[in-house]
Structure formats: C-alpha cells, structure tokens
Design a protein around this ligand. Structure first.
Ligand code: SAH
Length: 340
C-alpha cells in the first residue's frame, strides 16, 4: 500500500504503465486529488469502474492528525501534527501581504547540531516521506480554508539531508494540474551541504535557494554551525558561485542576529566583503531566544547598525519582521515545549 500524496506524476505514470493502463491516468488522478480535493477513488468519475478496486488496494489517502493549532496575535498559525508512527512535526502558516506562506518541516529532528537552534535538541529520527510534506500543505489548507501561495522548506530538519523526498515534494506541489504553487514561490533553505548545492543547480524547477550563513568567517561559523567543519565558507561560496552561474537565480543569505556574538560591525563588514560580486540578498533575522541555550537576541540598535553597514556597502538587505513568537512559532520551540 502506497501513500497517494507521495506520488509524483512520473511515479504515477510508471505505476499505470506497469499495471497495463494508460499513463494519462496520472494527470487525471492529480487533478482529482489537488484540484477537486477528492480523497476517494469511487468519486473520480473519469476513472473506469473496473480499475477502482485495484487503485483502492494499492493506495491510501491517510492524512496527518492535527494535535494542536495555535493562532498568534499577528495571524500566524502554528500546527502540531502527529505522524502515523506518533512522531510530532510542526508546520507554520504565515499571512503575508503577497499571500499565504507555509513553513514546512522536512525531517523528524535534525542532525546538523547548530548551537543556537532548538530543533537539533532532538536528533534526527528519520526523514519525512514525501507524502508527509505534501500533507502539511493540504492539511493547512483544509484546516484554515486558505490557498497556500508560497512554501518555504525552513521548518525542522535539513532539506538537503532528505534531498530526494524534498525534490519530489516540490514537484508535486508545483504541478500545474495540482496545487500549482509557482516555482518562484518555493524556497529551500540549507545550512550548506555543499555536494547537494551542486546537484540542486541542475534541478529543473526554478526554486529559490536560501543559505543559512549566520557568520562571515570560519572561526565563528564553526562554533555556531558544526557543518562548517565539513564544508567551510570557501567551499560553500565556490558552490554558490557555480550554482548562480548555472541557474542565474539570486541567492538568499539568511543571517540571524545574536547579541554580541555575530552582530558586531566587524562581522557586518566581513559579510559585505564575502558577498561582493555575488547576486545575493541578505535576510537579517533577529534571533528568537530559546530556553535551551544562552544566546540573546541582538539589541534593536545593534540590528539597525548591522543593517546600515550592509546597506552602505551596497548589499541588498532586509531586516525581517518577526512573526508568531508569542506562540513559539519560531524554529522548533512548540514541539520542544510539547515534548516536555
Ligand atoms: N536546516 C535548514 C532549514 C531549517 S532552519 C537550514 O539550516 O537552513 C530554518 C532557519 O531558521 C535557519 O536559517 C536556521 O538557522 C534558523 N534558526 C534556527 N533557530 C533559530 C532561532 N532560534 N532564531 C532564529 N532563527 C533560527
């Protein structure tokens, strides 16, 4: 029995060919699932009657169980979902002026071990299956009646450590007969798994790539992000230049501002130098404090000073407004609260 929401068009075509059916059935099924929101083969009127028992035996429509749903004062909604094996994952819906954006979890736990992050407190248990990522979008739409227009793979987990499933997930939610979330509205965020950045440069969808940088030199970055000891900043930026040369897609550099750790003028100038000549824009994110470590959010005037230095150095930069912190929608917090 396979999960139907994990099937790409290619996989469905392969299935139909294998059972001696026409591959165009794949497109019919996709339209039923994601356009008509039908989760029952018997209601799919253009599928032959004698084919239905076979489909029912081969596929299930299992959903995720919503354990809690917290609504923030700014409208951000955080969902805690329970998977079939009782693992818990979180998904966040943010209302933006350009539409509705969902932050998707890609793994149960995370092995990247970033010092500032609450997600890594729980080691990776397993990859999320493709259908578990697709269902995060479907469940959010169903539970709120909104149409999701943007997706960021920035929840718990390292998407490039679950590469194949994440790419299938992007293919499915982008499908023109399905949810049709535009490729330019999709963003994948990585802490810098360099070999996958090279692979991703050949992915045909024009998805945005965001890099969690958080420090402009190896000494500091290795302290904050252990992955830097495997792929240092030099190797990372070589990969980013190749990626840009191939895709011509502007990169997003994420930089959380932690008080007196990485938010000094020195780091701002280093960052500007590092990015010079690269088509990248910097998303400065005031750090969300978590109980489990001593890091503090950069003071407002320090955030501003950091931002101003980058601006003066002609780097495109935004200082992100914060959403959902009153419901712990920031990076692994709800789940870790719930587990306590
Ligand atoms: N593993 C991927 C995606 C998940 S983390 C990555 O590293 O990009 C999503 C983003 O949230 C990353 O930039 C991460 O560094 C950041 N983040 C983690 N903990 C945070 C916190 N407490 N406050 C603000 N940002 C945080």
């Amino acid at each position: 029995m396979q999960h139907i929401y994990g099937m790409t068009e290619e996989a469905l075509k392969g299935y139909f060919i294998q059972i001696g059916e026409k591959p165009f059935r794949a497109r019919q099924i996709i339209s039923w699932l994601y356009r008509q929101k039908v989760n029952d083969f018997s209601a799919m009127t253009d599928i032959k009657k004698d084919l239905k028992p076979r489909l029912e035996a081969d596929f299930c429509f299992d959903e995720l169980e919503c354990v809690t749903k917290n609504v923030s004062s700014d409208g951000t909604i955080k969902f805690l979902f329970k998977l079939a094996d009782d693992n818990l994952i979180e998904t966040v819906l943010m209302s933006q002026d350009y539409g509705y954006s969902v932050c998707v979890t890609s793994e149960v736990g995370c092995n990247m071990g970033c010092a500032f992050c609450a997600s890594g407190l729980k080691k990776k248990q397993r990859n999320l299956e493709t259908y578990e990522m697709v269902l995060q979008i479907l469940m959010v739409e169903k539970l709120t009646n909104v149409k999701v227009t943007h997706v960021v793979v920035m929840g718990i987990g390292e998407p490039f450590d679950n590469y194949d499933n994440v790419l299938d997930f992007l293919r499915i939610i982008n499908h023109p007969l399905g949810l049709e979330i535009g490729q330019r509205h999709l963003t994948v965020s990585t802490c810098g798994l360099v070999p996958k950045i090279y692979e991703f440069a050949d992915f045909p969808l024009q998805v945005n790539l965001a890099i969690s940088l958080h420090a402009p030199n190896d000494e500091l970055r290795s302290k904050l992000m252990p992955i830097n000891k495997v792929y240092n900043i030099g190797e990372l930026f070589t990969a980013l230049r190749v990626y840009y040369a191939k895709t011509k897609r502007r990169l997003t550099i994420e930089y959380i501002l932690i008080n007196e750790v990485n938010d000094n003028p020195k780091e701002a100038y280093e960052l500007a130098n590092l990015l010079r000549g690269l088509n990248a824009y910097v998303n400065l994110i005031p750090y969300n404090e978590v109980l489990e470590n001593p890091f503090k959010r950069s003071l407002r005037e320090r955030q501003r000073a950091f931002y101003d230095i980058l601006k003066k150095q002609n780097i495109s930069v935004t200082l992100r407004k914060e959403q959902g912190s009153d419901i712990a929608a920031a990076c692994g917090q709800l789940r870790s609260k719930y587990l306590k």
